[in-house]
Design a protein around this ligand. Structure first.
Ligand SMILES: Cc1cc2nc3c(=O)[nH]c(=O)nc-3n(C[C@H](O)[C@H](O)[C@H](O)COP(=O)(O)OP(=O)(O)OC[C@H]3O[C@@H](n4cnc5c(N)ncnc54)[C@H](O)[C@@H]3O)c2cc1C
Length: 456
């Protein structure tokens, strides 16, 4: 308000209406800044959170869904928006399938691993600051190894090896042989140096669900930011980002802004043309960002969560089949039952009807005949459907962080980098996205402050 009005120049443009971008917009408004716009490529908000509508106000999540201890930023957001939370269901027997063989095991809510191995990882994680793993005193040594290289020295049983493949694929987007040990230690560090907090349901990052589905948070934020959000507005090009005002090009025209918050994964930043080109290291970091961790998530809806009555928790892990992990995703009031699954897209037919039938047969093997006939089925393949996400998480390979990590955070010119990948804590998670949005809004306000000060 202190600045001379220049009607064609906004104070801030935010690119991306995921949790990060919307949080940043919300903070700008709360700080009294009204001169901003949020540009979103899709015709919806929420980015990597997406609700499947099951009718009558019920949803099943096709994208991000769980939160857990230590994720205080997203819990605060839920509270501020009046969105409830409830515990993830895990009580009962887990079913393991391998071909026609079937076994069950009482669950303790974790993806347990050997306590000694866990302890060793946690001690190592203390030396890896999650916001900047490349600054660890052991960075070079641990970034040269994959998680699998390290596990190979531990004499794991085949069952433990399988559990590591499932855990790492779900949490970090790739099996242990494709993940940097340094990166994985940074994730544990983020979880308060606790393996359990990172991987488990009970006491871990999958402990709690968001009432109405995680996308509800973005939908609510967008309602509060009405008039500020421009959907179906992919940013294609940014000019004059060095000294500003930056010129931000979308198919609908050019918008000029003093600061630009780019709330996207680095891989998506790479799809925007920058004129002049970005500094070489930042450009290379974006170009090489490990973006390929698409996931396919399915939902079988049943009249009843019948497996609970039989003592099952709804979990299935399958060796060499399409199911990576199936789990109970029923609504809080259990007025009907939902089994969601992370599936191996290459192994399951891409045709949804055929996929539904194949999964129904697997669920029948696990839970009995009632599983054969779901009343509804949903299927979302992030690898196929979504060019505006590319990836669910970032499967960072050995060698990447020590080489490119220091180009991830520093703003360049008028550009402020945001999105979960840039978070100081819980990067890759929804909590990290919210934290990165808070930080970016502060950076933008700080960048505007000297100009406002001069006008006094
Ligand atoms: C299947 C799946 C499961 C997950 N499970 C969990 C979980 O259980 N718990 C958890 O904490 N996290 C989970 N995540 C991760 C979590 O969803 C993300 O960390 C978080 O939503 C990222 O938010 P963001 O705002 O940083 O980025 P995004 O949500 O990716 O938002 C970026 C936005 O920018 C838009 N955009 C892209 N390019 C442009 C452009 N050129 N111009 C304009 N707009 C553009 C996109 O459309 C998008 O809306 C999961 C993700 C997926 C996909």
């Amino acid at each position: 308000a202190a600045r001379t009005p220049a009607h064609d120049v906004l104070d801030v443009v935010i690119i991306g209406a995921g949790l990060a971008g919307l949080t940043a917009g919300r903070d700008l408004r709360r700080a009294g800044c009204e001169s901003f716009a949020v540009l979103e490529a899709r015709d919806r908000v929420g980015g990597r959170t997406l609700n499947h509508d099951l009718g009558n106000g019920y949803f099943s999540e096709a994208g991000g869904q769980w939160i857990g201890p230590g994720q205080t930023a997203i819990v605060d957001l839920c509270r501020e928006l009046g969105v409830g939370t409830f515990p993830t269901y895990w009580q009962g027997k887990t079913t393991m399938l391998a071909g026609s063989a079937r076994a069950t095991q009482e669950s303790d809510g974790g993806f347990g691993t050997d306590p000694a191995l866990r302890h060793e990882l946690e001690q190592m994680a203390r030396l890896v600051p999650c916001g900047a793993p490349w600054t660890s005193p052991r960075a070079a040594e641990w970034d040269a190894l994959s998680l699998a290289d390290w596990l190979a020295t531990k004499n794991l049983s085949p069952a433990d090896q399988m559990s590591w493949v499932i855990g790492a694929t779900l949490t970090a987007g790739a099996p242990p042989q494709k993940l940097s040990l340094l990166h994985y230690l940074g994730l544990i560090n983020s979880a308060g140096c606790s393996y359990e907090r990172l991987e488990a349901i009970k006491g871990g990052a999958q402990e709690t669900r968001i009432a109405g589905g995680a996308q509800a948070l973005s939908v609510k934020m967008a309602e509060d930011l009405k008039g500020k959000i421009r959907l179906s507005s992919p940013v294609q090009r940014i000019e004059n980002w060095q000294n500003g005002p930056a010129a931000i090009h979308t198919p609908h025209g050019v918008i000029r802004a003093r600061s630009v918050i780019v709330a996207l994964s680095p891989a998506l930043c790479h799809r925007i043309a920058f004129d002049p080109p970005l500094p070489e290291k930042r450009r290379e970091m974006q170009r090489r960002w490990p973006a390929f961790a698409p996931m396919r998530k399915t939902a079988h809806v049943y009249k009843k969560a019948f497996w609970r009555d039989k003592g099952y928790n709804g979990w299935i892990v399958q060796a060499k089949g399409p199911v990576i992990w199936a789990y109970d995703n029923s609504p809080e009031d259990v007025s009907f039952g939902v089994i969601n699954a992370f599936v191996n897209s290459g192994v399951l037919p891409s045709d949804p009807k055929a996929a539904e039938q194949e999964l129904s047969r697997i669920y029948t093997q696990a839970f009995g005949e009632e599983a054969l006939h779901p009343i509804a089925y949903h299927d979302h393949d992030w690898g196929k459907a979504d060019k505006w996400s590319l990836t669910c998480t970032s499967p960072i390979p050995p060698g990447f962080l020590t080489h490119y990590g220091d180009a991830l955070h520093p703003p360049v010119g008028r550009l402020i980098w945001s999105g979960t990948e840039t978070a100081d804590i819980w990067a890759t998670a929804m909590d990290g996205a919210v934290r990165s949005g808070h930080k970016a809004a502060l950076q933008a306000l700080q960048a505007l402050a000297p100009a406002a000060g001069r006008m006094k």
